[in-house]
Design a protein around this ligand. Sequence first.
Ligand code: TRP
Length: 372
Amino acid sequence: MNAPDTIDDEATDKKRPHIIDGIGNLAGDGTRNCLTGMRPSGRLHLWHYKWALENWLKLQELPNIRNNFLIADYQVLGDHLGETERLRESVIDMVIDWMAIGLDPEKSNFIVQSYVPEFAELFNFLTMFAPYSVATNNPTLKDEMKKIELRDEWANASISLGFVNYPVSQVADIMLLRGEIVPVGEDQIPHIELARKIIKRVNTMYGTDFPLPRALISETPRLVGTDGNDKMSKSLGNTIYLTATLKEIKTQVNKMYTDPGKTNVEAKGNIEKHVAFQYLDIFYGNREHLAELKARYIAGGPGSVGDGEIKGLLVKVLEELIAPIRERREYFVQRPELVAEAIESGSKRAREEGQRILRELKGAMGLLDYGR
Ligand code: TRP
């Protein structure tokens, strides 16, 4: 049997069969497995929300999608081995953030990668299926390797085999739970292509029918840091956390780059590199009002609007988004046992499923019950 490419609706781009264009296409009939994950690297910020979690929330509400959200605590060791003392806290912080935004362990499986050793077993097997040249000729991996080499504290450290292998381990994550839909950022597309190659080979060799996964790409444009830097990161201090206080939101918004040429409210403005407007583009639902504000900002004159008003609006918009998250977060911080239960029960379900699937695969390969 060959692998069915199960998601094949009208809207699928035939030239890019590994991509799903928009969540709208998924609401149809048929149960499908979704699998995605995050490396636990501490508290989440607005970019995580827009780039990933918002899609996860939508998927969670589709009754025909079985959602598996992976806490990739093995994968993160690939390039953060020296920070294991922070790992425990990062896992908890991340899961609390998931729950605070409304991900629900009753509806979706929260899975700790290391709680399900079958991921590691399948990964070990799949490494035989990944040609060395294909595995290492991966643009995202190469990019990340360069960054590790540049990182000060790691300057003398070599890149671990585990890191080079992480895309393959990700294939195992997807395959073990028969994931079809994989919501990820653009940068992860080479990994999805790798997954399809490997899974096709397995299916062809052993007559199995593991689905070929597809990436569900977030439609949100990249969110810049509050300083206008391409990347939001803790070390740059240009981040707005999902748990920011009103004061922190204000501080970050006030720092935002605008148009230095707009020296007073009535001066003509330029919004090209205007970070506050970029944020409003992403977070402000009232498109008409936004268009009007931009026009007035650019035009200048007595009817114009200044940075103070724009930033004030942005603070309000962000506070409306973040305040309820902050409040729910507090609830879970007081009840760590809820987090423990969520990840234990989700991992247990995944493990049972994974054990069954792995046994089937080993059966197809003839790897079971020698002498029986
Ligand atoms: N690589 C993902 C990240 O950057 C995490 C991840 C691990 C993942 N396993 C996965 C994503 C499987 C999608 C599918 O955080």
